[in-house]
Write a protein that binds this ligand. Sequence first.
Ligand code: HAM
Length: 417
Amino acid sequence: MITKPKGMYDLLDIDAKLYQYIQNTITTYMENYNYDFIRTPIMESSELFHRTVGEETDLVTKETYDFVDRGNRNMTLRPEGTAGVVRSLIENKLYGNHNETIKYYYLGTMYRYERPQLGRNRELTQFGVEVFNSDDFMSDVEVISLGANVLKDLGIENFTIHINSLGDKESRDNYTKALKNYLKPNIDKLCPDCQARFNKNPLRILDCKVDKNSDILKNVPKINDYLNEESKFRFNKITEMLTMLDIDYELDFNLVRGLDYYDYTVWEYLTDEEGLALGGGGRYNGLVKSLGGPDMPAIGFGIGIDRVILELKKKLEGHELKKNIDAYIMCVNEEEKIHALKIAQDLRLNNIMTEVNSNNLSFKSQFKVADNLNAKFIIILNSEDLAKGLINVKDNATKEEMKIDENELTDWIMGNI
Ligand code: HAM
């Protein structure tokens, strides 16, 4: 038997239903918030991720699916969505006349060669938003609260926004100096990766999965103490505004995020029990320019849909997601089948959720299927009544049966569901 690739899974049953529910909720949300949908390729040149996510990040050094295509190009399956959207913004000049805020959202699969475990897959789906051309605190607040509001609306309550500021370059340089001074005497006690990061990109040491809980990392200097006035002012404005909008958050001065492109605000939506990141994001004001685009501020987040599904399933435990269709059509012989198809098409074209017996089930089995589907009405075709232009309809709740003129059936059902 050929099996699925390790760390990947088929979206089935309740997971598939929840996925569709999430997708629908997101689509409505994004319309209300005035975001445009964007889809970028599932693979990009490897260089794109090296230059955006960062050469020294775990994501690029250990987790990408890299390959050489038949034209000898170095390609990478996208491990995240921001890089592709920024590439597209520049390549397609989506920034237009630079006057407006540009807002995109996406929903798609990403690929990370990680050690699979609950909530950590090699194929994952992210819902992400990317907002360009606004450096105002209003965009930070809109994007942070949007993520929280979507999660809450989906039915997830047990999470907290952890938020921090990485400040501007000056603040980060000052902090990096302090961090290196602090780590220097103990660097040989950290893992070989961290020792390599010490000179190349010391901030990455803070999200090392190996040393994360060591005393050395627990007591590192806090970036908040190194923010300059401007960076501090911005951050305070954002947190004040979040409070005014009744969006709860927790200051988390150790939060640096695992990707290199961030500056100023960074945040994560963490579950309260396991501290699992349902999503995370941040501002990345320097990225568009560094990839050859205009000097354009940006901010965004990615939410892991697989993890959202896990959380929703916990809430549903013990409850079944039942189907609830409007009408089930029973038929047996050739003549009834022809009528069944016609009626089904007519009902479906009028937005009536309809199923029809299409596998020659016995009369008894058809009733069972109608029950399993929670059909509100059962349409029981029989040749005798059809000859008179009549259709038997049974209300499956009251068990009441009636005969309806075939020409009036759709209107009747529409008026009674
Ligand atoms: P990220 O924190 O790397 O950020 O990923 C965002 C979310 O994707 C995570 O919080 C998590 O829920 C989910 N996720 C990541 N890896 C896995 C995995 N192996 N299995 C299941 N879920 C996973 C980004 O990707 C940034 N592009 C977010 C962003 C957008 N920042 C600015 N704009």
